[in-house]
Design a protein around this ligand. Structure first.
Ligand SMILES: NC(=O)C1=CN([C@@H]2O[C@H](COP(=O)(O)OP(=O)(O)OC[C@H]3O[C@@H](n4cnc5c(N)ncnc54)[C@H](O)[C@@H]3O)[C@@H](O)[C@H]2O)C=CC1
Ligand SMILES: N[C@@H](CC=O)C(=O)O
Ligand code: NA
Length: 436
């Protein structure tokens, strides 16, 4: 039986889980592929660390780029992370040598994916990244292969396990943000730098890849409007709950007449919607095609889930299933025309810390009316009730506005005018509302 020899760089949460899964499932994988799929060389920062896997028989490289150049490997697996070197240099070296590369590194691909795909095409190598988007959910393969006959109008979902875990535990158990984040780190869900998770960039990296796969466009992470979950308070989650919503960090890419709108931000989702029920580290990706609408739900982060996706890619490589990284040759991917966020339309939740003096509510309502914004409700909360809102002082009152459908531009202009009027303190909290 022939061997598929793997060089694997990165032995952290995902790398160690991949080595363990390949060991445990060696017999079944060989039966599926007709090949022995084996790790023969590795690289990581610490040679001596105990990772719970047996690495005594594999070659060790201090430099992952040297590992990627090893002529005695067939496939290079990059599980170090980071959009720059050494990940970029190592993946480039492996592709230039005509090898298959499997990576979970969405930061690298969102920035340099096209360049890497081009190198793969030129050298006869291949680039596989199922683990980079929504962890264990096989959405890359689904878009690249199974839904190829559809014209897709929208792809959206919960794409970051850490954020969904934090929001779920805050809402359900009233835990503090930092407590939930520490737990997500302990469980191996968060990025090495968790600001990528909580500030929305990790979701944006994944959305950039999904957009390319769904719409046949060039990866363009810079076109994405990004907001994270850092400013959300227990008061916001409680208000959402009372209004019949759950708050989720969504990534949304949708075709509009003006181009593709790509956005990442906390979103109030009606509790009755299936996506509102997706909790903890679980991710969900919804695809609206002209022939098929579907939602895939599954674990978005963690060693086992992510290893499942990496090993799935390795099985493809072992079977000789290569294909184009983004479903099409790079030369056939269209530029991603950007629809401006200011034109985004929908309902809004706006929490303001209003100065407690006569006329404040009228001023706020007046500014909204000037921008043509209709209010579905306006609720004032007493200072004690508003204590969860960081921006509210003892003498201020939280005012929560829910708008009917309006535009981002109108909301921004109204808020700017209200700030200039001096009737609020701190930054307003704005959460977009998804509705039918
Ligand atoms: N943890 C998760 O749930 C998921 C992670 N990913 C991605 O998988 C990749 C790895 O993530 P984790 O395993 O969580 O990270 P980690 O921080 O647990 O492990 C990183 C590994 O890479 C090694 N490494 C880092 N820099 C290196 C360098 N310069 N030279 C040699 N080795 C180096 C470290 O020693 C460590 O073994 C990242 O791209 C991440 O975004 C993707 C999906 C889920
Ligand atoms: N940090 C990421 C890991 C998977 O991509 C997440 O929390 O989703
Ligand atoms: Na995936």
């Amino acid at each position: 039986m022939s061997q598929l020899k793997i060089g694997l760089a990165g032995l952290g949460t995902v790398g160690a889980a991949v080595v363990g899964m390949l060991e445990r499932r060696a017999g079944e994988i060989a039966a599926r592929t007709g090949r022995t799929v084996k790790v023969v060389a590795v690289s990581a920062r610490s040679k001596s660390k105990d990772r719970g896997v047996d690495l005594s028989a594999v070659r060790w490289y201090d430099d992952p780029v040297e590992l990627a150049r090893d002529p005695d490997i067939d496939v290079f697996v990059e599980l170090m992370g980071g959009e720059g070197d050494p990940a970029r240099a190592a993946v480039t070296a492996a592709l230039q040598a005509g090898r298959a590369v499997v990576t979970a590194n969405k930061a690298l691909l969102a920035r340099h994916g096209l360049e890497l795909a081009k190198i793969a095409e030129a050298s006869g190598g291949s680039l596989h990244f199922e683990a980079a988007v929504a962890g264990g959910i096989p959405i890359v393969k689904t878009l690249r292969e199974a839904l190829g006959g559809n014209r897709i109008g929208r792809v959206s979902g919960i794409l970051n396990g850490t954020c969904n875990y934090i929001l779920t535990r805050m809402a359900d158990e009233k835990l503090a943000f930092d407590t939930c984040l520490s737990e997500a780190q302990r469980l191996g869900y968060a990025e090495a730098d968790p600001t990528f998770d909580i500030d929305g960039h990790d979701t944006a990296h994944k959305l950039a890849l999904l957009t390319s796969l769904a719409f046949g466009t060039q990866v363009d992470a810079d076109s994405i409007y990004v907001e994270g979950i850092r400013s959300l308070t227990l008061a916001d989650l409680e208000a959402a709950d009372e209004l019949g919503f759950n708050v989720k960090l969504l990534g949304v890419a949708v075709r509009t007449d003006e181009g593709i709108e790509q956005r990442v931000h906390p979103t109030m989702v009606p509790k009755g919607w299936p996506i509102a029920q997706v909790s903890g580290v679980t991710n969900a990706v919804a695809v609206d095609g002209d022939a098929v609408n579907l939602t895939l739900v599954g674990p978005g982060a963690g060693g086992a889930a992510t290893a499942s996706a990496v090993v799935g890619d390795l099985i493809d490589v072992a079977k000789g299933n290569r294909g184009f990284a983004f479903g099409l040759p790079v030369s056939a991917l269209e530029p991603c025309e950007r629809a401006p966020m200011q034109r985004h339309g929908g309902g809004y939740y706006i929490r303001l810390a209003a100065v407690n003096k006569p006329g404040t509510a009228a001023t706020i309502a007046g500014r909204m009316a000037e921008e043509g914004i209709s209010l579905a409700s306006i609720v004032q909360r007493q200072p004690a009730r508003a204590a969860g809102a960081k921006t509210v002082g003892p003498e201020d009152v939280a005012v929560i506005l829910i708008t009917y459908a309006t535009t981002e531009d109108a909301v921004r202009k109204a808020i700017d005018a209200i700030e200039a009027d001096g009737v609020i303190v701190g930054r307003p909290q704005v959460i977009r509302i998804e509705k039918d």
